[in-house]
Design a protein around this ligand. Structure first.
Ligand code: M6R
Length: 661
C-alpha cells in the first residue's frame, strides 16, 4: 500500500528519493516523507497529503537536505490518520534512527506498552514508530557490547564499509551491480540491529532504515510485503517496486521472505533473519523508464487503456510451442501433476477476481473440471477442501496483494498446487507458486486496473487451454484454433478503442447521475461487475453489477425513471436462448423507465429497438467477448469521473498494491 525507496550512492539523495516517490505515489498518497543523512546529520521532513505538499515544503524551506544516502515514503494510512505526525519517517528518542514501513505490525500495541514502560516517548499513533525505538535499544546494546560510545563507524566493520563508501571503492565485496555478497567484514551493525528487531515483529512489513552515524548504508527487511533492490554502478536502491529506480538502473535483485538487505555503494548483502547470508536472484527489468511515464496523456489511465492492444499481444506472444503446446513461463510441476488435478479454485481480489470469474466459464467448458472462484480475502477462513489434486490459480497484477498471497500460502500448506497469473516479475506470489504465467502488460500506474485486466483474461484463457490440452480433453488442433482466435484479439481491441468517442460523450452526459446498474449474462456478468467496480472506484458513484436473470429476484426494485442501466449482451450466436433472454431483460428495465445503454456485437439487430444508447463491439467467440465488451466500460467510467473533476489515477482512499489484509 505504501511506496518506499531507499538510496545510497553518489547522487544527491533527496533528488533520487523524490523522483522515486513520484513514480511510487500510486501505491499510497495520503502523506509523504523523506530522510537524508549528510554532513553527520539525519534530516527528515514529512507532510500529510499528496507528495506535492511535501515537495512544496522542501522547495520553500531554506534548509537543504545534503547527503547521498536517503529514503522516502508515500503512505496509505492504516494505524493513525493521514497527519503530519503519523507520516513516515519515524525516529527514535535520540533522533538518530529513521524508519519507513509498509505493512502492519500486528503486535505493535504490546511492543509500544513495553517501550513506554521503559521510558521511550512515542509521538505518533502508528504501528511503525515502535521499530525506531526497538532499533534504538538494539544499537545501544551492540555499542555497549563492542565498548563503543557511538559516533561515526562504531565498529570495525562499519569503519571498513565507511572507508570504502567514502572512497567509492569496492572493499572486499565487489561493485554494486554484482551478485549478492557477504559484505565487507560481515553484517553491518545497523543490519544486525534490524535483524534482531524483525525477529520480534509479527505481521507484514517492509522496513527501510537509516542511521545518522552510518551514511555508508541503507538497510531494509521484508516479510509478506514487497522489497526489491536496484543495482547501479556505485549506487544501490531499495524500493517497493522497480519503477522507483528504473530511471537509474534496470538491474534488480529479489529479496525473499524474512530477509534483511544491506545496501552500500559498493555492494549489496542479504541475510535471512537467522543471520545466514543469502544469494538473491538477480534479474533484468524488460521495460524502461518511458513505460512508466504518461507519454503525452494527461492521465496514466488513459495511456493504459490505449496500450491494451499491445499489452494483449505481448501477453499472447510465443504461447504456442513449435510442438503445439501452450507455454507457461515457469513450471515446477510435471504433466502428470496437472493430469492429476480434479478441481480448480481461482483466488483473486477486485478486478483480478472478475478475470477469475470469466476464467471459470472457459475452464469448466474446456476441461470439464469443476472450478470455483473465490475472493482471496475469504478463501482461507472457510476451510476450503484442498489436497494434492487441487489446482489453485492465483491472479494478481502486482503479485503482492496480501489477501491473495495468504490464500496461496494456505493452499500450499494444504498441499494444493498453485499456478500464478501475475504482471510483476520478481514479486512474491509467483515465487510462492508452482507454476507461473506472466501477463506482459508493462507497468500499470493508474490505480484502476485496465490493461492488466485484459492480460489476466487472456492468461486465464491460456491456462484453460493448457489444462485442457494436458488432460487430453482438447486436441492439439483445437487448442491451436483457439490460440489463433486469441491472437486476432489485439486487432479487435484496437478497432474497438477506435470507436469509443460516443461512449465518452454519453459518459459526460451522465456526470450528474446518482447511480448506474450493470447487467450481464454468462461471461457478460463478470464484465458487468467490472464495469460497476470501475465506476465506483473512479467516479465515487453507486454502481452495481447483476446477472441480468437475477434482476427480477430483487434488484429490479431499484429501477426508476431515468436510471442508466448498462447491459452487456451475449452474442446471438452463443449459448442457446441466452441472447433472447437478455433482450427480454432489457425490455423489463425499459418498461420501468430505465435509460438503457446496450453493448452488443456488430450485426445484432434484435437489441436495436430497446437500446436508448447502443454501443457496438466487434463480433467474436463467446468466451473471448470480454476482451472487447470491457473496453467501453473502462472508457465510460474514466470519462464520467473526469467529467466530475476527479483524479482517475489516484482515486480517494485507494492504493494500487494492497499489502495489508
Ligand atoms: O495486484 P492485484 O491484481 O492483486 O490487485 C487486486 C485488486 O486490488 C485490484 O484489481 C483492484 O481491484 C483494482 N484497483 C481495480 O481497478
Amino acid at each position: 500500500m505504501c511506496g518506499i525507496i531507499g538510496y545510497v550512492g553518489a547522487q544527491p539523495a533527496l533528488e533520487v528519493v523524490l523522483s522515486g516517490l513520484r513514480r511510487l505515489e500510486y501505491r499510497g498518497y495520503d502523506s509523504a516523507g523523506v530522510a537524508v543523512v549528510g554532513a553527520g546529520v539525519l534530516r527528515t521532513e514529512r507532510r500529510a497529503g499528496r507528495l506535492a505538499n511535501l515537495e512544496k515544503v522542501l522547495d520553500e524551506g531554506s534548509d537543504a537536505m545534503p547527503g547521498t544516502t536517503g529514503m522516502g515514503h508515500t503512505r496509505w494510512a492504516t494505524h493513525g490518520g493521514p497527519t503530519d505526525v503519523n507520516a513516515h519517517p519515524h525516529t527514535d528518542c535520540t533522533g538518530t534512527v529513521a524508519v519507513i514501513h509498509n505493512g502492519i505490525i500486528e503486535n505493535f500495541a504490546e511492543l509500544r506498552t513495553e517501550l513506554e514502560n521503559s521510558g521511550h516517548e512515542l509521538t505518533s499513533e502508528t504501528d511503525t514508530e515502535v521499530v525506531a525505538h526497538l532499533l534504538e535499544i538494539e544499537i545501544a546494546r551492540s555499542r555497549a557490547a563492542s565498548g563503543s560510545t557511538g559516533g561515526s563507524a562504531t565498529t570495525a566493520a562499519a569503519a571498513v564499509a565507511a572507508a570504502a563508501a567514502t572512497a567509492g571503492t569496492a572493499g572486499s565485496s565487489g561493485a554494486a551491480g554484482g551478485a549478492a555478497d557477504t559484505g565487507p567484514t560481515g553484517p553491518h551493525p545497523l543490519t544486525e540491529a534490524l535483524r534482531a528487531v524483525c525477529r520480534r515483529l509479527q505481521g507484514a512489513f517492509t522496513l527501510v532504515v537509516l542511521h545518522q552515524d552510518h551514511p555508508e548504508v541503507v538497510v531494509g527487511a521484508r516479510r509478506n510485503s514487497p522489497l526489491v533492490v536496484g543495482l547501479g554502478a556505485g549506487e544501490a536502491f531499495l524500493a517497493s517496486d522497480v519503477s522507483a529506480f528504473i530511471a537509474h538502473t534496470r538491474e534488480a535483485l529479489e529479496i525473499g521472505q524474512d530477509q534483511v538487505v544491506e545496501a552500500r555503494r559498493d555492494g549489496v548483502t542479504i541475510y535471512d533473519f537467522a543471520g545466514t547470508p543469502i544469494e538473491g536472484r538477480r534479474y533484468h527489468v524488460d521495460w524502461d523508464a518511458s513505460a512508466a511515464e504518461k507519454g503525452g496523456f494527461p492521465y496514466f489511465m488513459l495511456k493504459e487503456i490505449s496500450e491494451q492492444p499491445a499489452a494483449l499481444a505481448d501477453t499472447l506472444r510465443g504461447r504456442l510451442s513449435p510442438e503445439g503446446s501452450i507455454v507457461l513461463d515457469e513450471e515446477r510441476l510435471s504433466d502428470q501433476d496437472f493430469r492429476d488435478i480434479d478441481k480448480v479454485f481461482i483466488v483473486a481480489c477486485g478486478t483480478a477476481y472478475h478475470a477469475g470469474l470469466i476464467a471459470k466459464y472457459a475452464i469448466e467448458h474446456w476441461t470439464r473440471l469443476p472450478c470455483e472462484v473465490e475472493m482471496a480475502s475469504e478463501f482461507r477462513y472457510r476451510d476450503p477442501v484442498l489436497d494434492r489434486s487441487t489446482l489453485v490459480v492465483a491472479i494478481s497484477q502486482s503479485g503482492e496483494t496480501l489477501d491473495t498471497l495468504m490464500a496461496v500460502k494456505h493452499a500450499r500448506e494444504q498441499k494444493a498446487r498453485v499456478l500464478a497469473i501475475c504482471n510483476t516479475n520478481g514479486s512474491t506470489i509467483p515465487r510462492e507458486s508452482d507454476a507461473v504465467l506472466y501477463t506482459r502488460c508493462g507497468p500499470e500506474v493508474g490505480v484502476a486496473a485496465t490493461k492488466t485486466f485484459l492480460g489476466q483474461v487472456a492468461a486465464c484463457l491460456l491456462v484453460g487451454l493448457f489444462l485442457a490440452q494436458t488432460r487430453g480433453v482438447l486436441y492439439g488442433d483445437e487448442v491451436a484454433a483457439y490460440v489463433d482466435r486469441l491472437q486476432r484479439m489485439p486487432e479487435l481491441v484496437r478497432r474497438t478503442l477506435g470507436t469509443v468517442e460516443p461512449v465518452r460523450e454519453l459518459a459526460r452526459s451522465l456526470a450528474g447521475a446518482k447511480a448506474v446498474l450493470f447487467l450481464g449474462r454468462h461471461v457478460g456478468y463478470p464484465v458487468a461487475l467490472e464495469g460497476a467496480l470501475k465506476l465506483k472506484e473512479l467516479a465515487y458513484m453507486h454502481a452495481e453489477g447483476f446477472p441480468a436473470g437475477e434482476l427480477k429476484h430483487g434488484p429490479i426494485a431499484l429501477i426508476e425513471p431515468g436510471l442508466p442501466v448498462v447491459v452487456v449482451v451475449p452474442s446471438p450466436r452463443g449459448r442457446a436462448n441466452l441472447h433472447g433472454k437478455i433482450v427480454s431483460n432489457i425490455q423489463e428495465v425499459r418498461a420501468r423507465g430505465a435509460r438503457t445503454i446496450v453493448i452488443a456485437e456488430e450485426g445484432d439487430t434484435a437489441v436495436e429497438p430497446y437500446a436508448d444508447h447502443l454501443i457496438r463491439v466487434p463480433a467474436t467467440s463467446s468466451l473471448l467477448a470480454p476482451l472487447v465488451t470491457t473496453l467501453p466500460l473502462q472508457v465510460f467510467a474514466c470519462e464520467l469521473a473526469l467529467a466530475r473533476g476527479l483524479d482517475v489515477d489516484q482515486p480517494r482512499n485507494l492504493a494500487k498494491s494492497v499489502t495489508v489484509e
